[in-house]
Write a protein that binds this ligand. Structure first.
Ligand SMILES: [Cu+2]
Length: 91
């Protein structure tokens, strides 16, 4: 079985745009983290932090690796966003 952790992953969020605010690795030539994105390339061992707003609707969202072999092998996940009130309690 292929070790997917030693490969770059172009990670895509469905239905949302985001901004990369931190990258743990080095900025390689040609990388551009500025601006709004829906996909970001993450190199092996690297972590990123990003900001995304969920101000229009709650619900089930999806992210996945754009490398189709990775996606087919499980690098596709759902996450659920819930509404909260001003104190952070779920509505
Ligand atoms: Cu991948």
């Amino acid at each position: 079985m292929m070790n997917m952790m030693n490969m770059p992953h172009p990670i895509h969020l469905h239905g949302k745009q985001f901004r990369v605010i931190e990258r743990s690795g080095v900025m390689h030539e040609g990388y551009v983290d500025e601006g709004w994105k829906d996909t970001v390339l993450i190199m092996p061992g690297e972590r990123i932090r990003f900001l995304v707003e969920f101000d229009d609707y709650p619900g089930l969202f999806l992210y996945h690796c754009h490398n189709l072999e990775h996606e087919d092998m499980g690098m596709m996940r759902n996450y659920f966003v819930r509404d909260t009130d001003s104190t952070g309690q779920r509505i």
